[in-house]
Ligand binder design. Structure first.
Ligand code: GLU
Length: 486
């Protein structure tokens, strides 16, 4: 594969959502450009106005930016080969389509919709896939001119050779050869003068100097027709890399109904964005070594086209969640804090707690950020609880043992100066008491945890919770438990 002066493009249609399959295409496209010092171009393919969705372009911009996939040229920042929005390029395609008519690689077709419907119905009745029956392919020149002069509506169709074969090369699939007889004389320019996607993408990729086309393999079957167009124009054919689909299981695509087809679904579910990117990179690409946790920069280093798979990738939500957990554990305290804070603040508004201690406690215990609000919901207000919260079979604690433990804990905690109220110092003091009393750790720590949180499940144990809540609140919660237990 050529690797000099690479120009790749991501060419999404603004549908209002970013499917993770599309995001993965963007990611590979970005990586291949960056790996070889090339340029990554963003082109918005919005010519299908029927699908126009308000704000949909922003979804594309915001998703790519949130993922760190910054483009070098694009609609908002411009560049030497703009405009980068396909609807603003509409003027240029007619001229190119007419050029193909002149050189004998395309032709005017005046067939009406009614005629086409009839032809397709007949084909279907015979069990043939509906195609154009090439009715206008060999119309005499004079007749074409007469019809054009009369203002008859027309489309321009590609004149695919009737025999022979067309071969194209894909970096992943190798050489693929198809009989030309199997290729449809597809429409290049529609009756309203607008290009079809199949035509526009070839012209745009050429005019934008795209050297490597990376896209979903649903375009694989159209690629021979694109090559015939490149050849007809005498343009250089780009390097193709078609990537496999992402499936729910062997028989089903990932669909929006499952709630995990779109990038936004995962953000909403509490996934950390670099982890989303990391996981989708692995959907259809295998790194050489054992490690599967990569930052974007590491992916650029590690990525190798040879690692791309030729069979569909199966989306594995369990693995994705595990990767997210690994990410949350490995990032710095400050990074985790920035990601966790909005979730903490959903249920915990208190400013007087030790937020860094809370963050430190949450970090090793969080798989999804959305788990956080429930984990910290005891901080602002101690929940109502029953005394049977103090029963623990394994540690042999009961409400009675809890009363003794907490009564012993109060003077110990009161003795710690406010300025020394850190996890380390609390630990020291409480463990000294545990040793003095000759009891098991849990005998003391479990009741502390229950009294401080009013919950059976908490992030961190009694000592961590005390450090988070501060001296005054911790002692007051413990005294309240003693009262309840007495
Ligand atoms: N606009 C097309 C899509 O969103 C782009 C396909 C391509 O990359 O050529 O599927």
């Amino acid at each position: 594969m050529k690797t000099e002066n690479i120009r790749t493009r991501f060419a999404p249609s603004p549908t209002g959502f970013m499917h993770i399959g599309n995001l993965r295409t963007a990611l590979y496209t970005y990586i291949i450009a960056k790996k070889y010092g090339g340029k990554f171009i963003l082109r918005i393919e919005d010519t299908d106005q029927g699908r126009f969705v308000e704000g949909a372009t922003d979804v594309i911009y915001n998703t790519l930016k949130a993922c760190g996939l910054e483009w070098d040229e694009g609609p908002d920042i411009g560049g030497p080969v703009g405009p980068y929005i396909q609807s603003e390029r509409m003027g240029i395609f007619k001229e190119y389509a007419e050029k193909l008519v002149e050189t004998g690689h395309a032709y005017y077709c005046f067939c009406t919709k009614e005629r086409m419907e009839q032809v397709h119905a007949e084909q279907q009745a015979k069990g043939i896939t509906p195609t154009y029956d090439r009715h206008c392919r060999d119309l005499p020149k004079e007749e074409v001119e007469k019809l054009l002069a009369a203002g008859t509506p027309y489309v321009i169709r590609q004149k695919v050779p009737l025999d022979g074969t067309t071969t194209f090369h894909d970096e992943l699939y190798g050489d693929i050869t198809v009989p030309n007889a199997d290729l449809d004389d597809q429409i290049l320019l529609k009756a309203d003068g607008m290009p079809t996607y199949n035509f526009a993408n070839v012209v745009d990729d050429h005019l934008m100097g795209i050297t490597h086309v990376i896209r979903g393999n649903e375009y694989l079957s159209s690629t021979p027709k694109y090559n015939l167009l490149y050849e007809a124009f005498g343009w250089e054919i780009p390097t193709y890399i078609h990537v496999e689909r992402i499936m729910r299981d062997a028989g089903h695509k990932l669909s929006k109904r499952d709630g995990d087809a779109y990038f936004g679904d995962f953000v909403e579910k509490g996934y950390y964005i670099p982890a989303i990117l990391n996981y989708i990179a692995l959907l259809g690409w295998a790194p050489k070594g054992e490690n599967e946790i990569f930052t974007l920069d590491e992916l650029i280093d590690e990525f190798d086209i040879g690692g791309l798979s030729k069979s569909p990738a199966i989306f594995d939500p369990v693995k994705m969640k595990a990767i997210n957990g690994e990410w949350l554990r490995k990032i710095s305290h400050e990074e985790f804090k920035a990601a966790a804070l909005p979730y903490i603040r959903q249920t915990c508004k208190r400013e007087d707690i030790n937020i860094d201690e809370l963050v430190k406690t949450l970090q090793p215990r969080t798989e999804l950020l959305t788990e956080i609000p429930e984990k910290v919901d005891f901080i602002d207000e101690l929940p109502e609880y029953e005394n049977d919260l103090f029963f623990n079979k394994k540690m042999k604690t009961t409400p009675e043992t809890a009363l003794s433990a907490l009564t012993a804990a109060v003077p110990v905690l009161e003795n710690i100066p406010e300025s020394d109220w850190t996890e380390e110092k609390i630990h020291e003091a409480v463990f000294a008491e545990i040793e003095k009393l000759g009891v098991k750790n849990g005998w003391m720590l479990l009741p502390m945890r229950a009294a401080l949180s009013g919950k059976a499940l908490t992030p961190g144990g009694g000592i961590e919770l005390a450090a988070i809540l501060g001296k005054t609140d911790s002692i007051s919660r413990i005294k309240k438990a003693i009262e309840k237990l007495s």
